[in-house]
Design a protein around this ligand. Structure first.
Ligand code: SF4
Ligand code: SF4
Length: 202
């Protein structure tokens, strides 16, 4: 097996999707007055999964730029994270653990963070496979702002995720190519992605 590397044109497309997402996020956040600054919560301890090989490869592009000592420290934190997560799950609890890439409240790989990290916070809409539009209310701070300014949550501005998610799905298809059905479905935490190393071709 060899490493599944992102060709430059797919890397550029991912950067363009992320840039467009950042722009759309900012429009909604500004309209609502939402900022993470001074927030008592830290969303980087949320328990969530990632599902695409292209994001895994993109994350590793960033990890490879780190010096050896920093990468080793992140790897050690990722292993500790997985150990603690397994313990919590064995006890029937949902893990709540700080992401191994978070250092002092900041993301160590900000430019290479994943889609869910970039889109969490503001209200959002997303069309499902059946075409029905689903609406997400945003983080707790955002919901407080919406409740204070809008009669109904649906009246608040929302970031439309569908087109951006489809563009990312196309990157995934192009990366895996005609053999994509031989790739196992992913459901990985960031810690899994770090400990398992870069994604491999099947
Ligand atoms: S996304 Fe929301 S809950 Fe998370 S840090 Fe920002 S303001 Fe706080
Ligand atoms: S990758 Fe960065 S932004 Fe995402 S959870 Fe980890 S530290 Fe937070």
């Amino acid at each position: 097996m060899s490493e599944l590397l992102l060709p430059p044109e797919l890397e550029r497309e991912m950067a363009a999707v992320y840039a467009e997402l950042a722009r759309a996020y900012e429009v909604v956040a500004s309209a609502l007055g939402l900022s993470c600054s001074g927030c008592p919560d830290n969303c980087c301890d949320s328990w969530f999964f990632h599902y695409t090989y292209c994001e895994w490869a993109y994350l590793w592009q960033g990890l490879k730029q780190l010096d050896g000592a920093t990468l080793a420290a992140i790897h050690a934190r990722a292993e500790a994270y997985l150990g603690a997560a397994h313990k919590a799950e064995a006890a029937g609890q949902r893990p709540r653990l700080l992401c191994p890439l978070n250092e002092g409240g900041l993301c160590r790989l900000y430019r290479h963070r994943l889609l869910i990290c970039r889109s969490h916070g503001v209200p959002a809409t997303l069309a499902g496979p059946d075409g029905r539009m689903r609406r997400f209310p945003g983080c707790f701070r955002c919901q407080e702002l919406v409740a204070g300014s809008f009669g109904e949550p649906a009246q608040a501005p929302a970031m439309e995720r569908t087109v951006l998610f489809r563009r990312l799905a196309l990157v995934e298809q192009r990366l895996l190519g005609p053999d994509r059905r031989s790739y196992p479905r992913l459901r990985l935490t960031i810690a899994d992605m770090i400990v398992q190393g870069p994604p491999q071709r099947q």
